[in-house]
Ligand binder design. Sequence first.
Ligand SMILES: Cc1cc2nc3c(=O)[nH]c(=O)nc-3n(C[C@H](O)[C@H](O)[C@H](O)COP(=O)(O)O)c2cc1C
Length: 303
Amino acid sequence: MTAMVEAFAQRLAIPAVVAPMFLVSGPDLVVECCRSGLAGTFPALNQRSSAGFDEWLCEIEERCGPDAAPYGVNLIVHKSNPRVEADLEICVKHKVPLVITSLGAVPDLVAAVHSYGGLVFHDVIQRRHAEKAAEAGVDGIIAVAAGAGGHAGTLSPFALLSEISEVFDGPLILSGAMSHGRHIAAARMMGAQFGYIGSHFIAAAESMASEPQKQMMIAASAKDITYTDKVTGVGANFLAPSLASATLPDGHGEMTLSDEARAWKTIWSAGHGVGSTREIRPAAAICAQLIAEYQAARAAFCE
Ligand SMILES: Cc1cc2nc3c(=O)[nH]c(=O)nc-3n(C[C@H](O)[C@H](O)[C@H](O)COP(=O)(O)O)c2cc1C
């Protein structure tokens, strides 16, 4: 691990990042996770405007204070996102500790974040994207394996980590259906430095998901997750009951961000780990459980 990533890891209670989730993660969830010792993150696009995004960062910094774990922001780096440059400037202004990029891995963006000592983690579902991210100089690569919520990969985590580590010798962050501290410990044993956990926090009391969405999470198990490209044009995992009651886009032409936002409002994404969500709980309780489980798993394996 580089010194910068090491310093980031030392500010965490356990090596885990709570992943950014569209229409789910906002300041309340981020602040509770960071105060509990996990890196809380959110997509910049969860705020309607760059000005609103700036306000959220002010709020998060004020509520977290200096002792909380570092927070992160997800930027979608793609021509369909007209806000990316403005949002990056705001990240630089606030010295956002972790910027998570999706779709494009761009050297200029990495340089801008490095200029103030921030980190860039980039998410990938295959080796080719990891090669591009490595060339762009990112600090860590998020391996989004099969079973993850959102735009999940299709590869086994074992295969994906092995392939990425052939083209990138920096820190890896493993993602896909993690819901137990033991899973984070397992990710470390597999060669990743951090676990990356999304769906497990959808039913957190502080998440922005609606009450019906949280209840659907509680009722669901892995068999209720469907992988399809019919919603956004790219393969993603969804709660089957929300797909059943929805009208799917016609699939003609490229989707704009607003088409996609509309789709995600009524068709709810979640990963294969959904079966471990059994109640709505405060994020601090979810984090405390992950921390205790991780420590127990480490103790058991280090004996
Ligand atoms: C509802 C939902 C929305 C998501 N939105 C985003 C997003 O806006 N940007 C992003 O990079 N990843 C997004 N993801 C993917 C997560 O960041 C993360 O990769 C994934 O949740 C990890 O798998 P898990 O859900 O099985 O823990 C989303 C995932 C879910 C479940």
